[in-house]
Design a protein around this ligand. Structure first.
Ligand code: HEM
Length: 117
């Protein structure tokens, strides 16, 4: 089960790294949009995160408050990304909001005490 947790964590990290990369690559661009990196990254991070929760539940009692916060932020990111994936451009405010939420979820993951004992 530990190997499965590590594989899912690996996929989870690749997912949000793609999301963050898809955001940062357009930091200086005049026009912002939802690119394929953001679409696939947010979906991968979300699904792998859900599976991770399942694995952690079987390994012990994970911190549900932390997972709840990460789930909520992850869901908002996923909905905003998928709702705007077909648009030629997105408002700067939405772009900055997605960037802030992604960085916030990384901060929650790293600075909030470990999710499992
Ligand atoms: C864009 C969204 C997300 C980002 C940027 C993100 C970021 C991270 C990071 C940086 C870690 C590694 C932390 C560490 O090992 O100390 C992590 C682990 C984890 N994430 Fe996420 N996450 C996101 C979405 C989600 C979602 C939606 C869930 C599920 C509800 C989730 C559940 C988890 C769990 C359970 C772990 C711990 C894995 C473990 O230690 O075994 N994450 N996440």
């Amino acid at each position: 089960m530990e190997t499965l947790r590590l594989v899912l964590l690996f996929v989870h990290i690749l997912g949000f790294a793609a999301l963050l990369g898809g955001l940062l690559v357009q930091l200086r661009a005049e026009t912002k949009s939802v690119n394929a990196l953001m679409r696939d990254g947010s979906g991968t991070a979300f699904l792998a995160g859900l599976f991770l929760v399942g694995v952690l539940e079987s390994l012990g009692s994970p911190d549900h408050a932390k997972i709840g916060v990460k789930f909520a932020i992850g869901l908002v990111i996923l909905v905003l990304v998928m709702a705007n994936v077909r648009k030629p451009s997105i408002p700067k405010g939405l772009y900055l909001g997605l960037l802030a939420l992604t960085v916030a979820n990384i901060a929650v993951a790293v600075f909030w005490s470990p999710v499992h004992a």
